[in-house]
Design a protein around this ligand. Structure first.
Ligand SMILES: [Zn+2]
Length: 191
């Protein structure tokens, strides 16, 4: 069974309290993010990492406070989620078959708005995705349903995600499991 770890928006502006659009409590999942990243690396599971990469006047900033402007410190990924060998996704899919970590840049909540992501997933043909990151009911939710649409098994790691609204997260869990998704924990995945 081919497994890919799918890491959503674990960037400094979201994860740490000093970030431009900090998600309260997200700093508490950093330990698990590190465990998952290490496990993927030592077991040669590729990691796909989505990352906001906005311009300074991005239309999204009418809805959300400015965050993750390309080239700023806040746009960088948390160090514990970044492998030395990573590459930003382009349309040259043949280059990405064995890259340990693929960065998928995006300007909207849904990572599937990057036109290269769906072709990449077809090309890599995973049977199983291990999904985590921020924020549960926004970007993680978009990723969760998009990954389920591929027909693969999708495991959402409940102690490596962070919500802004526990009720919305609960609704996500219900819809996600009703559609065949699996909710599990970091310990279950790495042991
Ligand atoms: Zn954004």
């Amino acid at each position: 069974m081919k497994t890919i770890f799918f890491d959503v928006d674990t960037q400094l502006d979201f994860v740490f309290p000093a970030g431009a659009l900090a998600v309260p409590g997200a700093e508490n999942i950093v330990g698990n993010l590190e465990k998952l990243t290490r496990f993927a690396a030592t077991h040669s599971h590729q990691i796909i990492s989505t990352a906001d990469a906005h311009t300074e006047d991005d239309p999204e900033f009418k809805i959300w406070k400015p965050h993750c402007v390309a080239g700023t410190v806040g746009q960088q990924k948390c160090a514990v989620t970044l492998l030395p060998k990573h590459q930003t996704l382009t349309s040259q899919l043949q280059d990405f078959g064995s890259v340990p970590q693929i960065i998928v840049e995006k300007q909207m909540l849904d990572c599937f708005t990057n036109p290269n992501l769906s072709p990449l997933l077809k090309f890599l043909a995973a049977d199983r995705y291990v999904l985590y990151g921020v924020v549960s009911e926004y970007c993680v939710q978009c990723a969760a349903f998009g990954l389920l649409n591929t027909g693969a098994r999708v495991e959402l790691i409940s102690d490596a995600i962070q919500t802004l609204d526990p009720t919305a997260e609960k609704n996500l869990f219900q819809t996600f499991t009703a559609r065949g998704g699996i909710i599990t924990t970091t310990a279950n995945v790495i042991t």
